[in-house]
Ligand binder design. Structure first.
Ligand code: URA
Length: 410
């Protein structure tokens, strides 16, 4: 294989065959393709796209870059959910333990923050001690014991996505349909699932800006999943404003704890139930009861403890990760909130340090936004529209122009 030729072929809009894609992914996984070459190739895919056949080959090559999980005979149905990414999207943290209250296994493999969207692994790591790296044997033992694990791509499971994901995050190559399909579906196929629900987001804070693009992405992922024998369902959900009232790693875990303790914002709870009922055998009423009566909370505590996390930190996340500066961002006039632009809030969160600007950046787990107002709520002049959690007053000043544009009041 001659890597520069494969980059040029994609740059010029030609179709790569199965063997070319497989060898590129294998060599990249082994460290034989430089990061700058893979980034250039991803940018070529971004501009040129891929045929359905290429997307299928890319997905299976990435899945085969590691192992596909094997389960003991007679084990319960394996179910999962994945989101295409949004601002304040913390659904999985509640949904995974909720689904595991049922007689199913939830072997969830997620990613880190991507572009302006947060990632489940970064959020989980804000729980002191929580390890997102389990080997397959430990992960399987955990499924047997509590029915759920939440881990990242590893050296054994989807290593190609682990590497490519980190490059896409910082090279402007995230919003490419074939790269999203391959990234999501390679992880989900490596989980060897029976049922999968996809939350395909559209709007300012999503990678797909229009409903039409989201429909195409959903169709493409459904086709790949069904070809591999997974029962697929999709929900298209708007991402024009952040989900819930918190954005930022530890702040989002705190909001999930609120939900698991029976409270929390209604938009988030509705979406969690909408998605859960698509893969659960339990009814919506039963799922809602497990959220209210503490069953999902107890499952979450079990999950945190099983993966080395300190469950006593869960109800004090804001003091475990307290940003040095917490400042209200206030309404310049009274009226009705018309919009809180998710893209602007996501960008501001990355600028505060909640996302990466270079592949090896560490994310700041404390920064972000809390108590966000939502569209159609009334505010008084001078009332907080949100609270900014930042490392310094200078960081707050730097994001104010973004926030001023993000919120519309009339
Ligand atoms: N989630 C993923 O795992 N990959 C993407 O590319 C987008 C969302």
């Amino acid at each position: 294989m001659h890597t520069p030729s494969l980059i040029e072929k994609k740059r010029d809009g030609a179709e790569l065959d199965a063997e070319e894609i497989e060898s590129l992914i294998t060599a990249f996984t082994r460290g034989e393709v430089a990061d700058y070459q893979m980034s250039a190739w991803a940018m070529a895919v971004f501009f040129r796209g891929m045929t359905p056949r290429e997307t299928q080959h890319l997905t299976t090559s990435m899945m085969r870059s590691g192992r596909v999980i094997e389960y003991p005979a007679g084990s319960p149905p394996k179910v999962d959910k994945h989101s295409t990414g949004g601002v304040g999207d913390k659904v999985s943290l509640v949904l995974a333990p909720l689904l595991a209250c049922d007689e199913v296994w939830v072997p969830m493999i997620s990613g880190r923050g991507l572009g302006i969207t947060g990632g489940m692994l970064d959020k989980l790591e804000s729980i002191p001690g929580f390890s997102v790296n389990l080997d397959e044997q430990r992960a399987l033992q955990q499924l047997e014991r509590i029915g759920v694990f939440m881990i990242g791509q590893t050296a054994d499971i989807c290593p190609a996505d682990r590497k490519l994901y980190a490059l896409r995050d910082v090279t402007g190559t995230v919003p490419s349909q074939p790269l999203i399909v391959a990234s999501i579906m390679s992880k989900k196929l490596a989980e060897n699932l029976d049922r999968l629900v996809l939350d395909v987001k559209f709007g300012s804070g999503a990678f797909m800006k229009t409903r039409r693009e989201a429909e195409q992405l959903a169709a493409s992922m459904t086709e790949v999943g069904e070809l591999m024998g997974v029962q697929m369902s999709c929900l298209l959900s708007p991402m024009d404003e952040p989900l819930g009232r918190a954005v930022g790693n530890a702040l989002e875990v705190a909001e999930c704890v609120e939900i698991l303790r029976g409270g929390g914002p209604p938009d988030l709870i509705t979406l969690i139930l909408d998605l859960s009922e698509k893969v659960s055998t339990a009814s919506r009423e039963r799922l809602a009861a497990w959220l209210r009566d503490g069953s999902a909370w107890r499952k979450f505590v079990q999950l945190v403890e099983a993966q080395g996390g300190d469950a006593t930190a869960l109800e004090k996340m804001q003091s475990v990760h307290q940003a040095p500066v917490i400042q209200p961002f206030t309404a310049p006039r009274g009226g009705t909130v018309r919009a809180v632009n998710a893209e602007a809030v996501g960008r501001a969160s990355v600028l505060l340090g909640g996302g990466r600007q270079k592949a090896d950046d560490a994310v700041d787990l404390a920064v972000g936004f809390s108590r966000l107002k939502k569209a159609s709520e009334q505010v008084e002049n001078g009332e907080p529209l949100m609270f900014i959690h930042a490392r310094s007053a200078a960081d707050v000043t730097s994001i104010l122009p973004l926030l001023e544009k993000a919120v519309q009041i009339s």
